[in-house]
Design a binder for this molecule. Sequence first.
Ligand code: GRF
Length: 191
Amino acid sequence: MRIVVLVSGTGSNLQAVIDAVKAGELDVEIAAVGADREGTYGVERSSEAGLETFVVNFNSFPTRTEWDEALTARVASYSPDVVVSSGFMRIVSAEFIETFNGRYLNTHPALLPAFPGAHGVRDAMAYGVKVTGCTVHWADAGVDTGPIIAQEAVAVEDADTEESLHERIKVVERRLLVSTLAALAAAAPPN
Ligand code: GRF
């Protein structure tokens, strides 16, 4: 199973995927890692790991549609079976998702459909929930919507800050992403 991973930030979830592949625990080929802006640590650590990387810079395009088309073409050039949004902080079009037959996987640091959006951890804390968690799902063109594949709960502690809670969620999120990819790879027909 060939995957392209999209990142906007540090890419620690991506690192878990890279580590699992290197350890022989995850049978996927990371065809490329792409970002929507220059200078992400996600791209830096991927090139250090010897992976193909690319940037389709959101700010270099006059319209979202043109950026989306360029991203679609670049990702399609790697012929992925699955595209993974791993902390990719941009909404993509329905055309992007159709191009990859709906196989666009996203992870989110909350128990969807609760607390979608860019601040899932902060919003859950502000609401005062005692349990939150993370979700791996097939993404559609909405904000953190689409069929849920896996979820796991994480307890909120009284002393938590947004950062401490997000870090604990990310420990679970990394494991869930790797195990979901492993299950998809096991179910994928051989090339
Ligand atoms: C993850 O919690 C992801 O769900 C959220 O941003 C975080 C990305 O972390 N959208 P990283 O870049 O993988 O470290």
